[in-house]
Design a protein around this ligand. Structure first.
Ligand code: BES
Ligand code: ZN
Ligand code: ZN
Length: 489
């Protein structure tokens, strides 16, 4: 059940709730607590450190049944991303403590320079993402484990604050939708099922929707994608979701393209069995696109946006493609397959060409594309590859506002040499060194002169271990950046 959110201007002293969440800055002392809780401040138990939580019961002078003091660090260092993490971690902290209702007080000097609207949006998103758990497939869920409703209490409401609240809620719900899809196991989330999830999302949004089946893809000539799909008994699905603004602000048409490999065994170039279960997450880019399209449909930016998810399963069936095969992509370029595990770039190549055929003027793809990007950047930043400086600048600013870390990676022409073959126009792997860069270079071949960004999210799309502010499992990255890019166009 999704967390219920509300915006209020309650009097904090009088509010009756299971838990009142109060921010406390480093070195600060809230008036509501200064007298009765003085020993906790003196002993340093409440120090206001970022993500420090102290749960108090029966605080005198307050009607709330509990007070959760949430450390927010130095006010001058707090930004909306930090606030989002605090809200998320607060909900996670309160889970399993019998707390059903809570009030998050967005007030006081702890907020530093965070503007009220930005703060409300961040808290709304954080409360929702914090409430999400990867436990959909447990047959019994412990009663009382989840917080049912949270009110965000602000000093003053107004149109700006209410709009920001809506936007924060819409992004939080989209992130959770994307994580719901991404966490489904690969026996259930087949390419067909992924298309059904997208179809269900689109209902009532006004988005137009189409799924190309194998026959249609064959007619069109998507040989690169179909080569990957042919080793699986599950048919591929090419998902297209389109948003058209009522009053377009210009002629730009953005494509958001997400890798949708519902399971990546590696195919004939099969992966080692250890950790292979994580390859159910090889569709996280696609799930982020589906979630982003839901948010875009609700937020109605002034730019046309087409979401494309090529969904396939990479299996080593008897019809599977072999190393040495040569396939003809939708672009007409031929590709020599040297490793069937480098499948993401093959399905994305055809998706990129399809986006160009639809008339998209700017392309952004997100893919769990290479292990090499995680070797380079770890689990902190996603790798960003760009063919156009203006789009890169827009992207980096959209990502910064979303609190999704991105690191600009090189795309020098030299990487193209690693993809040369005498047998076809290009080969699908570029050797041991710079694996994330040669993979990106492969995609660039298909985007041509159209401004394009590629995000390698193999290190950031899911968490192997939970964080105080996020459950184990899919993160939703880069959905927030997708939405900001469209909204800020
Ligand atoms: N889906 C994988 C990339 C991946 C690896 C994502 C680890 C998340 C975690 C991708 O399809 C793949 O297998 N890439 C190969 C490319 C290689 C064969 C050139 C890789 O990274 O090893
Ligand atoms: Zn692979
Ligand atoms: Zn893959």
């Amino acid at each position: 059940m999704e967390l219920e959110l509300k915006l209020t201007t309650n009097d904090l002293l009088a509010v009756e709730t299971d838990a009142l969440i109060l921010l406390e800055a480093e070195g600060g002392k809230r008036a509501e607590l200064a007298q009765t809780m003085a020993p906790l401040y003196e002993s340093g138990e409440i120090a206001g450190k970022f993500l420090e939580f102290t749960l108090l019961h029966g605080v005198q002078g307050l009607k709330a049944r509990r007070v959760l003091v949430a450390g927010s660090g130095k006010p001058e260092k707090l930004d909306p991303t930090g606030l989002r993490k605090i809200a998320s971690a607060a909900v996670r902290f309160l889970k399993g403590k019998g707390v059903k209702s809570a009030v998050f007080a967005l007030d006081g000097p702890a907020l530093g320079n965070v503007a009220p609207a930005a703060g409300v949006a961040a808290v709304a998103t954080g409360l929702l993402t914090g409430s999400w758990e990867p436990d959909r497939f447990k047959s019994t869920r412990e009663p009382g484990k989840s917080v049912a409703s949270v009110e965000i209490a602000v000093d003053l409401t107004g149109e700006g604050v209410e709009k920001a609240f809506e936007r924060g809620r819409i992004i939080g719900e989209a992130l959770n939708l994307s994580r719901d899809i991404a966490v489904e196991p690969p026996n259930i989330l087949t390419p067909t099922a992924m298309a059904e999830r997208a179809r269900a999302m689109v209902q009532g949004t006004g988005l137009s929707f189409e799924v190309l089946d194998r026959d249609r893809m064959q007619q069109l000539g998507m040989g690169a994608l179909l080569g990957v799909a042919q080793g699986s008994a599950e048919p591929p699905a090419f998902i297209v979701m389109q948003y058209k603004p009522e009053n377009p602000s210009g002629v730009a048409h953005l494509a958001l393209i997400g890798k949708g490999v519902t399971f990546d065994t590696g195919g004939i170039s099969i992966k080692p069995s250890e950790g292979m279960e994580k390859m159910k997450y090889d569709m996280c880019g696609g799930a982020a696109v589906i979630g982003a399209m839901q948010a875009i449909a609700r937020l109605k930016p002034g730019i046309s946006v087409t979401g494309i998810v090529p969904a396939v399963e990479n299996m080593p069936g008897s019809k599977a493609q072999r190393p040495g095969d040569i396939v003809t992509s939708l672009s007409g370029k031929t590709v020599e397959i040297l490793n069937t595990d480098a499948e993401g770039r093959l399905i994305l190549a055809d998706a990129i060409t399809y986006a160009l055929q639809l008339g998209c003027t700017h392309l952004v793809d997100a893919a769990t594309l290479t292990g090499a990007i995680a070797v380079a950047l770890g689990h902190t930043s996603s790798g960003v590859f760009a063919s156009d400086d203006a789009l890169l600048e827009r992207w980096m600013s959209a990502a910064k506002d979303a609190g999704e870390k991105m690191w600009h990676m090189p795309l020098d022409d030299e990487y193209r040499d690693q993809l040369k073959t005498v047998y076809a126009d290009i080969q699908n792997i570029g050797g041991r060194w710079g694996g994330a860069c040669s993979a990106a270079m492969f995609l660039k071949e298909f985007s041509g002169e159209t401004p394009w960004i590629h995000l390698d999210i193999a290190g950031t799309a899911w968490l192997d271990d939970e964080k105080p502010f996020l459950a184990k499992g899919p993160t939703g990255i880069p959905l927030g950046s997708f939405v900001n890019l469209a909204m800020g166009w």
